[in-house]
Ligand binder design. Structure first.
Ligand code: NCD
Length: 362
């Protein structure tokens, strides 16, 4: 199936095969840099950033401009009509009247899905609360592929805030399509929420980075997501829980690659930046060709060749139960239609299509 016109709201919206095609195209895009190309000349991208961003917003802008396109948008929602109480659906419909695609970052889980449900232009999720960040995952996988040749066979450690870290949630889901070993390294209070644990594969769980590091091929460090904690004392209890420094790296493989979606706070010491295994700044730079490829395909300027995706499985959806997760768009925006997938009938367990929150019906 063509990627033209498609949304990227959840990492599962693209199959592994479709991602491979995108990565091949990203390599071609890289070859056009820095001059770029004119694949998207005459096309306009709208960026709606309701939360702070440096890399994601500017790499999308850079990608659009490097492909000869143009960009409008806001980075501070307080200067837009959001301040007057405009809903996500209405803002999205206005932007769709102006631009050919929308990139949205929002603190509410499922916000990009709401936008995608209300407009016909492609919507790309640039981060929705603590839920998903699919384009960071494309960048992460592309980086691993560029540096290691392939993803299969690697042992990948995800370390830090696995509870609130949206980049980790998307990445872990995508990694399940590969033959890799996965180790989740976090203190109990920041471990991966159960709903993100893959049902069909073993994931190792530990809090001990020093013990785990020696066996890893990729170490994916993350920042403790201060802004997602409801209680500041809970954040204080875990801040600085991991600091990767040359001491920690002593037991690591020589060809380890150290990734981080950035920004870092204090979880990677500056002395690591000059270690040959540090790959996070290069990783951020790969965000541009990856997003060039993504924009080019969803805007229909290029067709990638890839294996056809498996047809979607039939799912039973209930729209009579609203999501109880206060951070979810379905909970917060009353006009949105509940979409609860029945994942079990006995007992009845429902999973929200906006935020993936699971609830058990009594
Ligand atoms: C991440 C994000 O916004 O989730 N940043 C990014 O987009 N590269 C990671 C973070 O903020 O810690």
């Amino acid at each position: 199936m063509s990627l033209a016109g498609r949304d990227l709201v959840h990492i599962r919206d693209f199959s592994a095969g479709e991602m491979q095609g995108l990565f091949d195209l990203a390599e071609e895009m890289m070859a056009t840099l820095p001059a770029g190309n004119d694949l998207l000349s005459g096309r306009l991208l709208a960026t709606a950033f309701y939360e702070p961003s440096t890399r994601t917003r500017l790499s999308f802008e850079a990608a659009m401009l490097r492909c000869g396109g143009k960009v409008v948008g806001f980075a501070d929602p307080m200067t837009s009509s959001v301040r007057k109480g405009e809903t996500i659906a209405d803002t999205a419909r206005i932007l769709a009247g102006y631009a050919d695609a929308i990139v949205m970052r929002h603190a509410v889980e499922g916000a990009a899905k709401v936008a995608a449900d209300y407009v016909d232009v492609p919507v790309i999720n640039a981060g929705d609360g603590g839920h998903q960040h699919p384009t960071q995952t494309l960048t992460d996988l592309f980086t691993i592929r560029q540096l290691r040749g392939q993803i299969h066979g690697l042992h990948i450690g995800l370390c830090g805030d696995l509870k609130f870290g949206r980049t980790v949630h998307s990445l872990l889901t995508a990694l399940c399509d590969y033959d890799v070993r996965i180790t989740c390294i976090a203190p109990d209070s920041l471990q991966l929420p159960e709903q993100y644990l893959p049902a069909d594969r073993e994931v190792q769980i530990t809090a001990d980075l020093e013990a785990a590091i020696g066996d890893l091929d990729v170490l994916y460090m993350t920042r403790v997501q201060k802004e997602r904690f409801e209680n500041p004392a809970d954040y204080e209890a875990v801040r600085g829980v991991y600091v990767l420094d040359s001491g920690t790296l002593r037991g690591a493989k020589e060809d380890l690659i150290i990734l981080h979606p950035l920004p870092r706070v204090d979880e990677i010491s500056y002395e690591v930046d000059t270690d040959h295994r540090a790959a996070y700044f290069g990783q951020a730079a790969y965000g541009v060709p990856v997003r060039m490829a993504l924009l080019a395909v969803v805007l229909g300027a290029v067709e990638t060749s890839h294996l056809p995706a498996a047809p979607p499985e039939a799912r039973e959806i209930r729209s009579d139960v609203r999501c109880p997760n206060e951070k979810c768009a379905n909970f917060r925006e009353a006009y949105t239609r509940p979409e609860m997938e029945v994942v079990s009938r006995e007992p009845v367990i429902l999973r929200c299509a906006y935020c993936e929150h699971e609830m058990r019906l009594k």
